[in-house]
Design a protein. Sequence first.
Length: 477
Amino acid sequence: MGKSDSFYILTDTHYVSKKNFTENSDFRRREKGDQIALVHSAEILRSFFKKILEDKETDAVLITGDLVNNGDRNSHEDFKNELKILTDAGKRVFVTTATHDYCGMGEDENFFKSIRYTDKGTEPIPHVRKCELLPLYYDFGPAQSDSVHEESGSYSLKLFGGVRLIAINDNGNGRSHCGLFDDGFKWLEEEIDKANNNNEKVLLAVHHPVIPPWDIYRHVAEFELFGGYKRLSELLCEKGVRVIFTGHTHVQNIRKYESVKGGYFYDVATTAAVSASGKMRKVEISEDRKTCDIKSIGIETIEGVDTKGKSARDYIYGLNFVGLLDNNINLVKSDFKKFEEEVDGFISKDKLEKHPHLFRFALLKGQKLKLSTLAKLSKKYNGMTKSEIKQLGKEPALPHLIKVAASAFGGNAPYPPDTAVYKIATGITAKIDKINSKHHLSFLDKIIPEGQTLTDVAIPMLYNNRTGNDDEITIEL
Ligand SMILES: [Fe+2]
Ligand SMILES: [Fe+2]
């Protein structure tokens, strides 16, 4: 394998400049519930960069959007300075931008606001407009490319000999359209055709997903998919492009799309660098250009942050909603006031204090719920024997539920069909499906896509029933 045959992909770095909050501001509260780390986004980014610099064989890095968190100028300036860590070491750096990277300010539906958190509250700070993104990051992709689509800022460049990267700058508005318009599609088609005629393999990258991480995502948040994802999917199949790298959902996920007309491709979605499950992908292209091998690499520690002995994963996990609940659930019984303090920001303290007894009662009941109780409840549908249920003993259900929620982002959920949790979970959903088929439960319409059942929705949350591994894959190009 030659030196120039591999590159790294990071996404959703959600960088926040240190100038944007004071030590005693409400910013830490804001961080809770976002499911990403914001206060130490800079240190997390540098920790990933340190790993990249240690790898002398790889000379290229691609970052696919949501570079900063709120489209403010401070964060963009500091983020570009961070990129210098890589470029000064001789790495080629390419970026695309997305909805968090600019502020619409009424010009479009993008609703991000650039603010600074002070000791007294918040104040507006200079923001970056959408039209400024191309010049701002011109040196990170467009300058090295042989074709730029001016309107979107997408670009096409020779990544290695025989390998072309087409980076779609999908700076849509984040609400009604996140992809390319007709003109952009035409440019993209021409670029793929040019590459195919030159016998170059094409790798595509874009921020918003082309295939949703779960079918339910398409059902409840279709506007967050790449605008024109159906058109793009068919185009990739038709032109023989085998892989597109995406971000945005913060979900580590690999999915294959097969067209009824023939052809297929993979959407390799990478989780947010600043999430508890934060990873980057290393992509190695074989010397004969026939395959690309994708692996995932996380960070063990956060450079320059006192995490009190915690790993990077455990530290970030403890900041956000699943981790907050997981780490503080025992306080519900022993010190409910402290529980309220700890989860404030994720569950508002005001809300909890409106009905403290009700919340406490519900949370205590939830803690006491046993797997065996759920197994008995769904016995007719879960296929478990009496002795299997007996073996569950007093095993509580909540830690498993939390594990499912945590792995929704990190990928590779741990409950394949031979596990008790899978049998119980699908037993319960099958029971609900049965009730739903008899007495149409209208609230389920919001969750279940047409033609599917609740069990269909649940299974991909329990284990990777698609490619087998969300962290690794080898794709024939
Ligand atoms: Fe993001
Ligand atoms: Fe995004």
